[in-house]
Design a protein around this ligand. Structure first.
Ligand code: AMP
Ligand code: MG
Length: 540
């Protein structure tokens, strides 16, 4: 949103807009021998490498006006200029750019797989905006890098569009995340075997412009620890502290423990958010875990429709390692890998301290999730029996196939005594479904009793009921980017019709506000039958 008096500072073209300082990452070891394939490279954090532009028929699919204005100080009209699409397509590097690909490793599906790195992404440089915030711009899908391994360096429209919308939607929902500023597609063909059935097809290549304070992952430190590059490990850990964790002193001998504790807790706060929105990341490998505790690398993600803790967004995850309900455990496991990566920097007594912190994380995460769900049902502080109340609700949702997002929203839209009224329930499709459970009446009695206790603490029941609903409407969105909505946007975008994509992006700017056009298009209605059978590939 344009802030008053600030319109004049917004840049209208890419001659005015430029990287306004050397990127801080220039202080880290960068390999300049950029045509080398870096399978055995050591002691570098980045490789200098220029993007390989998309060439044929570049089209701008969509932009995030908010990211342009509030992060990049750009006038959204800049997006109407040809040079803007060329910029995202990698054809026009802004003044002051220093394009690099980042070297990192990772555990995938629980196994250490060694070096990975940015195989199709280029960090272009750092921009300091009018608020003094430092943002790194990154192109994803921008061609081969020394870390591309056997892959082609490209991203397809299907997954890049999903990522674009998810980044921005999560931001507006209140989930800490990488941001996305704009997306282009070309006629350049790439080959993907979407469902790994041995039938590869041609898809169009796209590039996404992503924004983050930095792009370090757990795997950034893991690779250095695993290969014994301890001087660089220390250098990178200190750099991360200095640039991104200003509350930790570089002179503090316990700084790495503090860094670990801060990243661990931020990451678990993030998981609690995900659980509260039924968001399933789908590919929680340690190379996809941001050191900042923000959501990173959206691929086969999904917001659950009918609630099911076993929901697996990624059709390649046969064992359900990354199912919705398992996310907290798997993220705690990932945090354990971060601990292992930092261990070489710790004294033995500090290692004992770290082990103690690790032991507390399960409980911390569980409590955070409980807090999240209490707020979702309109309660501020935990009282005896609340955990069971929530467990029972989720259990009824799972058994009846009630919708996750809509159930919580609709619990905020009716008064508790209306929730047994057939006529009222008929207006609320998901609550209606939930109310078919034999224990619904009993649960509702308990909920009402619990709300009464809260109301006594507040003042009067009537006032409290208004407040309860207001609070719940602010934490339970009307809209999330459901897979079927994304799929429809993708289907049209593949035919060069970007209107649904842009509309969905627009609706998700205010996910807690009822919007007539979104209602008319069924964004808050029961998803169509085909939505429940959708499978999301990790072939991106
Ligand atoms: P992801 O599963 O998307 O998080 O990617 C895992 C690793 O594979 C990262 O190192 C990516 O850069 C790399 N990768 C994935 N797809 C491609 C591609 N098409 N070209 C090059 N590298 C890729
Ligand atoms: Mg990744």
């Amino acid at each position: 949103m344009k802030m008053e008096g600030e319109l004049t500072v917004l840049k209208k073209n890419l001659t005015e807009w430029r990287f306004n300082q050397y990127p801080k990452y220039i202080l880290l070891p960068i390999d300049e021998n950029n045509d080398q394939i870096c399978s055995n490279i050591k002691n570098v954090v980045f490789s200098e490498v220029t993007p390989c532009p998309l060439e044929r028929n570049i089209q701008l699919v969509c932009v995030s006006e908010d990211a342009l204005i509030s992060i990049l100080d750009m006038d959204p009209d800049i997006a109407n200029r040809e040079e803007f699409a060329e910029f995202i397509a990698g054809r026009k590097l802004p003044y002051g750019a220093l394009p690099v690909a980042h070297r990192y490793g990772g555990h995938q599906y629980g196994m250490w797989v060694g070096q990975l790195g940015d195989g199709r992404a280029h960090i272009l440089g750092e921009y300091i905006n009018r608020l003094g915030e430092r943002w790194q711009l990154q192109l994803k899908g921008s061609g081969l890098t020394p870390y591309s391994r056997m892959h082609d360096g490209r991203a397809v429209l299907r997954s890049a569009l999903r990522e674009m919308i998810a980044c921005e939607a999560c931001h507006f929902l209140g989930i800490p995340t990488v941001r996305a500023a704009g997306l282009v597609v070309s006629d350049e063909a790439v080959v993907r075997d979407v469902y790994f059935t041995g039938n590869p097809g041609r898809e169009r290549a796209a590039i996404l412009l992503r924004l983050a304070e930095c792009w370090f992952r757990f795997g950034s430190l893991e690779i250095l620890a695993r290969t014994g590059e301890l001087a660089v490990l220390r250098q990178l850990a200190d750099f991360i502290i200095k640039e991104h964790f200003p509350d930790i002193q570089l002179s503090d001998e316990n700084r790495f423990i503090r860094l670990f504790s801060e990243v661990a807790h931020r990451t678990l706060d993030l998981v609690a958010k995900w659980q509260g929105f039924g968001f399933t990341h789908g590919l929680l490998n340690t190379d996809n875990m941001s050191i900042l505790g923000i959501t990173l690398d959206y691929g086969p993600f999904g917001f659950v429709d009918s609630y099911d803790g076993g929901f697996v967004a990624n059709c390649s995850d046969g064992e359900g390692r990354y199912s919705l309900a398992k996310q907290p455990d798997v993220v705690v496991w990932n945090v354990g890998q971060l601990a292992n990566a930092l261990k070489p920097l710790l004294t033995s007594s500090q290692q004992v301290h770290m082990a103690h912190i690790l032991k507390t994380l399960d409980t911390y995460c569980k409590n955070k999730i409980l807090e999240t769900f209490l707020l979702k049902i309109g309660l501020k502080e935990e009282k005896w029996g609340d955990e069971q109340l929530i467990e029972k609700l989720l259990d009824m949702m799972q058994k009846t196939g009630a919708d996750f997002t809509a159930t919580f929203r609709q619990l905020a839209e009716l008064e508790p005594n209306e929730m047994v009224n057939e006529t009222k329930l008929n207006e609320k499709w998901s609550l209606k479904r939930l109310s078919s459970h034999a224990s619904w009446g009993c649960w509702l009695d308990q909920y009402r009793e619990r709300l009464d206790k809260e109301a006594v603490d507040a003042s009067t029941v009537g006032v409290f009921e208004d407040e309860r609903r207001r609070r719940m409407l602010n934490v339970n969105p009307a809209y999330v980017p459901r897979n079927w909505l994304l799929q429809e946007a993708v289907n049209d975008a593949e035919k060069n019709d970007f209107r649904k994509a842009r509309f969905l992006l627009d609706v998700m700017r205010l996910p807690y506000d009822v919007q007539p056009e979104a209602e008319a298009r069924g964004f808050a209605s029961q998803p169509p039958q085909w939505a429940y059978a959708l499978k999301i590939s990790c072939s991106t």
